[in-house]
Design a protein around this ligand. Structure first.
Ligand code: NAD
Length: 387
């Protein structure tokens, strides 16, 4: 159970790049990082518009001299302070992640970076090397992965409760971009422009989320090959896709499908994962995150409820309010930030950790998957060996 008591004598001194006023994801980073008193927000370059960023920083009670015009100024000035930041979160559009994350690691900071971590596996590997050389951790915010029932599913699968896994069905398929909303929405506009979003739209923006849920639940499965078909139903988005189907084969013989979609009219979010074994299935849906469906062939369906004593102890460790009350996105993110804080502190003490979290490897795998999907789709939806 988490009661909000900090894990540390002093909170980690923390800064943000991006996530300014009006941004989609800045507030959730702050809510998650600040909730358990493991981080203290002391600096920021919150906005591409320096003045707006400074005004916003002041409203977050960041000292005026620590509201910076950009990340370069922030990393240099903070490095010169005895009480400078120790970690930074990057919540800017995709095309800036690599450059900012690299600069942060080189400045000796732990990093929490938004997905996609960068555009190419080469870049991801470079970040991995830099993080290793600097002995710093990189966390990637696949937020819902921090929900307790994801860990519960991982443990049930490892215990053999499904039998050998045969099929994994994943989707993140919402309907909010069924028309060209980007014409009037700045945070969608950059998402459909390859210069800012990278080689994909929905594959990288949302498909990587359930993909990571599968990596958590099924850590031993390795993709062998895949085939991806992608479309731009709103034509102006081409070459970036607003819908994609990806079929995958794992090295165990199991198969998977990922549906990534922003034009699924009427769907609010539609992030789901269903893992099918030889004797039972598990299903989780982010719109009903407190229930995990456990379906044993030939028996009535069982709905496992978050926070209940019959769950694995590890899945109960991050319970914050007990069963019955809903916990969702905010709590899942807080759990991840909690783990990021523990991993950062362990790294500073020269130690590793014995729990999973979306780390640099998870970031790299997301980038690798998108690269393979695009390679397949752009050859006309052909099977490609996973590279
Ligand atoms: P947004 O366009 O709504 O906001 C971007 C913010 O970054 C703005 O405040 C902008 O002023 C600021 N900014 C841009 N360039 C900057 C720079 N060079 N320096 C400082 N600030 C800068 O974007 P968003 O929807 O919040 O997305 C940001 C990132 O978060 C993207 O990579 C996106 O993929 C990711 N995201 C992740 C999730 C998730 O569930 N993990 C959800 C939404 C968005």
């Amino acid at each position: 159970m988490i009661y909000g008591a900090s894990n540390f004598e002093q909170p980690i001194r923390w800064g943000m790049v991006g996530g300014g006023l009006g941004s989609q994801i800045g507030y959730i980073h702050r809510s998650a990082a600040l909730r358990d008193f493991n981080f203290n927000l002391v600096a920021g370059a919150f906005d591409i518009d320096a003045e707006r960023g400074r005004d916003f920083g002041l409203r977050l009670h960041v000292a005026p001299e620590r509201c910076y015009k950009d990340y370069k100024e922030m990393f240099a000035a903070e490095a010169a302070r005895e009480d400078g930041i120790q970690a930074v979160s990057i919540a800017t559009p995709n095309f800036t992640h690599f450059e900012i994350a690299k600069a942060a690691l080189e400045a000796g900071l732990h990093v929490v970076c938004e997905k996609p971590l960068c555009f190419t596996t080469e870049e991801a590997k470079e970040l991995e090397r830099t993080a290793a050389a600097q002995k710093k951790i990189v966390g990637v915010t696949y937020g819902y992965a921090g929900h307790q029932l994801i860990d519960q599913a991982r443990r049930m699968i490892a215990n053999g409760e499904l039998g050998a896994v045969r099929i994994v069905n994943m989707q993140f398929a919402h309907g909010f971009h069924n028309v060209a909303v980007e014409a009037n929405t700045p945070s969608t506009k950059w998402r459909v422009d390859p210069k800012y979003a990278g080689p994909s739209y929905v594959l990288g923006d949302i498909g990587t989320h359930p993909l990571y849920l599968a990596e958590v639940m099924l850590p031993d499965l390795k993709v062998k090959r895949l085939m991806c078909s992608r479309q731009s139903f709103v034509k102006s988005r081409a070459p970036l896709e607003d819908n994609a189907y990806t079929l995958m084969e794992y090295d165990t013989g199991a198969v998977a499908m990922v549906w990534s979609c922003a034009v699924n009219c009427g769907s609010m979010h539609g992030q789901k994962i269903r893992v099918i074994g030889e004797k039972a299935s598990l299903e989780w849906w982010d719109e009903q995150p407190n229930q995990l469906r456990f379906e044993v062939q030939g028996e009535p369906v069982r709905i496992l409820e978050r926070g209940m004593g019959y769950l694995h102890p590890e899945a109960l460790a991050e319970d914050r309010i007990g069963g019955g009350h809903p916990e969702g996105l905010f709590e899942a993110w807080s759990n991840l930030y909690n783990r990021f804080a523990l991993a950062m502190t362990a790294a500073d003490e020269g130690q590793g950790v014995d729990f999973w979290y979306p780390d640099i490897h998870a970031g790299l795998e997301g980038v690798r998957w998108v690269e393979n999907c695009v390679r397949s789709a752009d050859q006309g939806a052909v099977w490609v060996d996973y590279k």
